[in-house]
Write a protein that binds this ligand. Structure first.
Ligand SMILES: Nc1ncnc2c1ncn2[C@@H]1O[C@H](COP(=O)(O)OP(=O)(O)OP(=O)(O)O)[C@@H](O)[C@H]1O
Ligand SMILES: [Mg+2]
Length: 261
């Protein structure tokens, strides 16, 4: 059974179609890199798969279930995390919240097993020694790794990550990309990752989708990252380059061709 199956999916905000006529399949364990200019519908698609946005038409199944019925299988890390950084939570507490969310209620004190699982998750993302530090004192790359640990604590089968690399400097990007690679290798979780910068993630992408309200291209990196396809979305300055058999994508200014088709 596919991890994600979309057949003729339209996603709506009232009568406005943000995404149209979407067809694709993602097998269990695959990582999909989701590319597209600003306003392309990337966040909208992740919200719909996660069951958070419910206004869509067509067939959309997550491990054979409708998104609203598949919530316990999914962890979703939103685009700009909405965590209130003024509340002085420690890293370990931020991660523990991931265990509590799923139970549908909120304790004032974190249950013991949540703290234990949170320690394991922090260890997995390489932040064992940062557990007691205040979240708001961590670096950007460390914060993103804490949020990954929080997403992992409920053992999801599908991990949805909305621009996990944005607002990070190149070394922090590499740090977070390395953890995503580790999740893929060791946990074999199906992932959908939106990004404006495919280069740090290219090695973990089994599939690449180029979305611009409609599906422009979907397939292996070799199939999708071709000059003519990339130029059709990002403009004439964009191109794909191959270095030592690896493909890289240079999109230049992502705002260049932004907005609706
Ligand atoms: N809550 C909403 N109500 C109405 N329209 C919305 C809403 N959220 C998004 N849209 C519209 O849907 C379209 C897709 O937006 P979306 O945020 O999914 O794009 P995106 O690809 O994630 O862009 P970005 O790269 O800037 O994050 C845009 O035209 C946007 O204005
Ligand atoms: Mg977005």
């Amino acid at each position: 059974m596919e991890a994600v199956l979309a057949e003729n999916v339209n996603i709506l905000y009232d009568s406005y179609r943000a995404v149209e006529g979407l067809n694709f399949k993602l097998e269990e364990g695959e990582t999909l890199l989701l590319l597209g200019p600003n306003g392309a519908g990337k966040t909208t698609l992740l919200k719909t798969i996660s069951g958070f946005h419910r206004s869509y038409e067509g067939k959309l199944l997550i491990f054979g279930k409708e998104p609203a019925e598949a919530k316990e299988l999914i962890s979703y890390v939103p685009q700009s995390h909405s965590l209130n950084e003024v509340v002085p939570l420690k890293a370990i507490e931020v991660v523990s919240v991931g265990a509590i969310y799923k139970e549908g209620f909120f304790h004032f004190r974190f249950p013991k097993n949540a703290i234990k699982k949170a320690k394991e998750a922090l260890n997995f993302v390489g932040l064992k020694h940062e557990a007691e530090k205040p979240f708001n004192k961590l670096s950007g790359g460390q914060k993103q790794r804490v949020l990954l640990a929080r997403a992992l604590i409920s053992n999801p089968k599908l991990l949805l990550l909305d621009e996990p690399l944005s607002a990070l400097d190149p070394s922090a990007r590499a740090e977070v990309a390395a953890v995503l690679g580790k999740i893929k290798r060791e946990k074999k979780i199906t992932m959908i990752i939106t990004t404006h910068d495919i280069n740090p993630l290219i090695e973990i992408g089994d599939k690449v989708m180029l979305l611009n309200k409609k599906l422009i291209a979907f397939g292996s990196p070799e199939e999708v990252l071709r000059d003519e396809i990339i130029k059709s979305v990002y403009g004439p300055l964009a191109r794909a380059i191959k270095v030592e058999s690896r493909l890289y994508c240079i999109t230049g200014d992502v705002h260049l061709m932004g907005g609706h088709l």
